[in-house]
Design a binder for this molecule. Sequence first.
Ligand SMILES: *[C@@H]1O[C@H](CO)[C@@H](O)[C@H](O)[C@H]1NC(C)=O
Ligand SMILES: *[C@@H]1O[C@H](CO)[C@@H](O)[C@H](O)[C@H]1NC(C)=O
Ligand SMILES: *[C@@H]1O[C@H](CO)[C@@H](O)[C@H](O)[C@H]1NC(C)=O
Ligand SMILES: *[C@@H]1O[C@H](CO)[C@@H](O)[C@H](O)[C@H]1NC(C)=O
Length: 268
Amino acid sequence: MQFSRTGLVLALATIVAAAPYEKRWIHWGSWGDDGGRPWWSGPPDTSYLEIGKRILNSKTAATCNLAQASLPQPPIALPTPAEGLALSHVAIGRGTQNYTCDLQNATAVPKPVGAVATLFNVSCMAADIPELMEKLPSIALNLPVPSADNALSPAYQDMSGHHYFVDDTTPFFNMDTALHQYGTGAFQKANASAAPGSAPKGQYGSGDGSVAWLKLDAKDTATGQTFQEVYRTNTAGGSPPDMCTGMQESFEVQYSALYWIYEKTTGS
Ligand SMILES: *[C@@H]1O[C@H](CO)[C@@H](O)[C@H](O)[C@H]1NC(C)=O
Ligand SMILES: *[C@@H]1O[C@H](CO)[C@@H](O)[C@H](O)[C@H]1NC(C)=O
Ligand SMILES: *[C@@H]1O[C@H](CO)[C@@H](O)[C@H](O)[C@H]1NC(C)=O
Ligand SMILES: *[C@@H]1O[C@H](CO)[C@@H](O)[C@H](O)[C@H]1NC(C)=O
């Protein structure tokens, strides 16, 4: 089955705009070139990964060469990666940004206490179908977190690892799993830039906006960790309300984003 690139991107835009969830799924399965008959019969929670793989398989020119991938930038650009680093992996993260509220304080604002996300490998998509990859977080936000914790799940093979915080200001990437040893690393925020105005308001189109795009630097370069810099881009959701009014003491906001992971090139 052949898909045109332009046709695909238009179809995805329709999916993002559609509601509610069930309709979105029917929509999802109804495009293609086979007269409106669903062409993907797998579970909806992995379809956005499967779509990319199917297109890559059908593309004769696909190289999967990360040197061809280019880091997307927000309207106010983040600093570029340091010299001597090369892109080693691109993952889509799907999970939650967590916040706490001081309920004793009438003017309190939500305090970020980290994020928890499962990471899935989209490195080949970054190299060969960037226009699809950049739309994935908006799509993933409206779908459940793929269940990658059991080896029978279709998403298991694609899981890059886990993203979480070891304390309130230390994001950690653990991408050594039973299947793949991509690396690990502890980071600190180096720079932030607001998401573009076109970023989703939140899950199913309502919420408090998309979290900033970030540049993270290795927290302790002396530990010899593999990963040196990480960019969070194409964010979808994750922002808390401005004020704590009406919120619980701790709460989560659904989000998705792309993570671009840079390593030292050999010899540098
Ligand atoms: C973030 O990056 C921009 C653009 O490179 C730079 O002008 C700004 O000073 C940086 N901010 C911080 C806090 O490093
Ligand atoms: C953050 O969210 C994750 C995932 O839902 C949850 O397991 C964890 O307990 C939360 N952490 C806090 C501090 O609320
Ligand atoms: C209440 O929250 C506001 C906003 O974050 C903060 O400036 C203020 O110091 C807090 N007051 C107390 C008593 O913690
Ligand atoms: C997964 O990531 C690695 C780089 O860490 C890459 O070599 C591999 O081709 C990727 N697989 C897919 C399906 O993107």
